[in-house]
Write a protein that binds this ligand. Structure first.
Ligand SMILES: [Zn+2]
Length: 292
């Protein structure tokens, strides 16, 4: 199946009532675990590179590997630059063959966010690449992820409609009580706001900070109009916990690094399979059908 932009995957998900995870491909273990899981259960997938989270892994190496993996699968896989902060990085990701770029101008005043996002859309669309923009600030409590808590400002539905029509973006990331990193307590999500935003725009909506919700909340978030769910912290913590237990049981000198790599891939595979099933992605694609 060809490497695709995220919009077609998300439009199909919206129509059929499921959510699609956007997973970090921060290194090869994460990438291989995620793609194998999607293939094994017939799910679509969005793979992300994020320079805030894995600055030690060069964008060139990871994007090439992501694009190669997307082209080699029989399920639809999109690739995205997560939280591109400037035109130069966006241009670099496009040049490396990515199918979608996120440009995050949410910290800027509205008119400035519109202006810079328009510029990204012009550059990306000229290369056949799709764009995710962001309006409203998504808070974050995790310094490790490179996000600072800026005090969330929820997305205004009227401004969201204006933002989408003025910029021509393909996907909109919204703020409605979601936050990057680990939630302290159950998140208070304003789903009425999501419904209002969804009613006023004709593009799929993205939820950043999508890990750490309980199972029923995902169904509610998807029913309200979210189709792209950025998910990392809970998975990163779960895999680390299993890795710690695995290392603790191995006697000295009986474990070599390539075995650790193998174990880690299996953990990302298991966690991804679980998530894809929770979001309703299981058995959506096989080698016999394609995106409609
Ligand atoms: Zn994000």
């Amino acid at each position: 199946m060809p490497h695709v932009g995220a919009r077609a995957i998300l439009r199909t998900a919206q129509r059929e009532g499921y959510g699609v995870p956007c997973l970090l491909a921060g290194n090869m273990e994460m990438l291989i675990g995620a793609v194998r899981a999607a293939e094994a259960i017939g799910a679509p997938l969005i793979l992300a590179y994020n320079a805030n989270v894995t600055p030690q892994i060069p964008i060139q190496a990871m994007v090439h590997a992501m694009v190669h993996a997307a082209r080699a699968t029989h399920v639809p896989v999109a690739t995205i630059l997560d939280h591109g902060t400037d035109l130069a990085t966006v241009a670099q990701a496009i040049q490396l063959g990515i199918s979608t770029v996120m440009y995050d101008g949410s910290h800027l005043p509205f008119t400035e966010n519109v202006r810079t996002t328009q510029e990204v859309v012009r550059t990306a669309h000229a290369a056949g690449v799709e764009v995710e923009g962001e309006l409203g600030t998504i808070g974050g409590s995790s310094i490790e992820l490179g996000y600072v808590n800026s005090g969330s400002e929820f997305t205004d539905p009227a401004l969201a409609a204006e933002f989408v029509s003025q910029t021509g973006i393909d996907i909109l990331a919204v703020s409605f009580g979601n936050a990057h990193g680990v939630y302290s307590g159950a998140p208070q999500l304003d789903l009425g706001r999501v419904r209002s935003i969804a009613a006023g725009v004709d593009v799929p909506l993205a939820m950043h900070g999508g890990s750490g919700l309980d199972r029923t909340s995902y169904a509610a978030v998807i029913a309200a109009g979210i189709s792209k769910i950025n998910y990392y912290s809970a998975m990163g913590i779960a895999v680390t916990r299993m890795l710690r237990a695995y290392l603790a049981t191995a006697p000295d000198n009986e474990l070599i690094f390539h075995q650790v790599i193998d174990f880690t891939i299996k953990q990302f595979y298991t966690e991804t399979s679980r998530l894809l099933t929770i979001l309703g992605c299981k058995d959506r694609f096989s080698s016999k059908n394609a995106l409609s």
